[in-house]
Design a protein. Structure first.
Length: 312
């Protein structure tokens, strides 16, 4: 006799975790803290579920995701937009945390594409992006060494550059495959790359190194990355604003994307030219453009809106 397949749905809010089992009246509620998550994992482990699904917001779900993965449970982050569309298709328009948990559980049972995922997958994506950056830096260094190098040494350096570029191509292929296999990453990638100036590498870096993108407000995301203007008043110095702190690698990626955007993205280009015409230095104008581009990308992911619908 085939065992019944159990699908668990978890609705996550800042302070609470609502748990429901598909095709069952069973439901529970836990605090969204270390003790609550531990109790939740102990309970769900006893159920021996086929799948434990929850919305992938990039924020509040991360501690739960890590705990489920560590406990060896089949955790499956789900696309919030797909869950909302599924609920509408079922005619379920009422919305409470308990109802949402049941809908997520039902979505998990009905969606064959939703598969368990290890949080280590995100780490692997992040490591691949980091390694790509290192390889690019090595190509630049080796290219600089070619200047004034004799023929015998030049041949060996050029061979090394060719090898490095092949490694970069392999990692690009790895990144594309990793993103395509995950429905949540796939949608984020589609939205991000709809933006002029944002290519596959920038998209992969933002997905892996800035999972909070789309979950915070404009000030929070700018501060997190380190492109928010902060007060620097001291002694006789007043009114001065600097940007500092934040995630350096994300900021470096965003800087390169913004450079491209100031040439090929009409919204960012016009903003940059307007700031320069107003007397702002190019460095200040570029930093402001980085912040503007980040804010727009954050809004796009939050509202699941491609660039074509962006109005500024």
């Amino acid at each position: 006799m085939e065992m019944e397949k159990i699908y668990v749905g978890i609705d996550i809010s800042k302070d609470r975790l609502d748990v429901a089992v598909h095709a069952s009246d069973q439901c529970w509620q836990f605090a969204n803290d270390d003790a609550g998550i531990t109790s939740l994992c102990q309970l769900v482990t006893k159920l021996k579920p086929m799948l434990v699904a929850f919305e992938a917001t990039g924020g509040y779900e991360l501690p739960l995701f890590l705990a489920l993965d560590t406990a060896g449970l089949p955790a499956a982050p789900a696309n919030p937009r797909q869950i909302r569309a599924f609920a509408r298709s079922m005619g379920k328009l009422a919305k409470t945390d308990a109802i949402d948990a049941r809908i997520i559980a039902q979505f998990a049972s009905a969606n064959s594409e939703l598969k368990p995922k290890h949080i280590a997958d995100t780490q692997e994506l992040k490591e691949a992006v980091t390694r790509r950056t290192q390889l690019i830096q090595m190509v630049t260094a080796e290219t600089n060494r070619l200047r004034g190098t004799r023929e015998a040494r030049r041949i060996r350096i050029e061979a090394h550059i060719a090898w490095l570029r092949q490694e970069i191509d392999d990692i690009d292929h790895e990144l594309r495959d990793g993103i395509k296999k995950d429905p949540v990453w796939r949608e984020k990638d589609h939205l991000l790359q709809s933006t002029p100036g944002v290519g596959p590498t920038t998209s992969a870096a933002l997905i892996s190194q800035l999972p909070e993108l789309g979950t915070l407000n404009r000030r929070e995301i700018a501060t997190l990355v380190g492109v928010a203007p902060l007060n620097h008043d001291s002694g006789k110095i007043h009114g001065r604003r600097n940007t500092w702190g934040g995630r350096e690698r994300v900021r470096a990626t965003l800087y390169m994307a913004t450079l491209v955007a100031t040439k090929y993205n009409a919204v960012i280009r016009n903003f940059y030219e307007r700031l320069c015409a107003a007397g702002k230095s190019k460095k200040v104008a570029l930093t402001a453009c980085m912040r503007k581009l980040l804010t727009i990308l954050n809004s796009m992911l939050k509202h699941h809106t491609p660039w074509i619908y962006v109005t500024v």
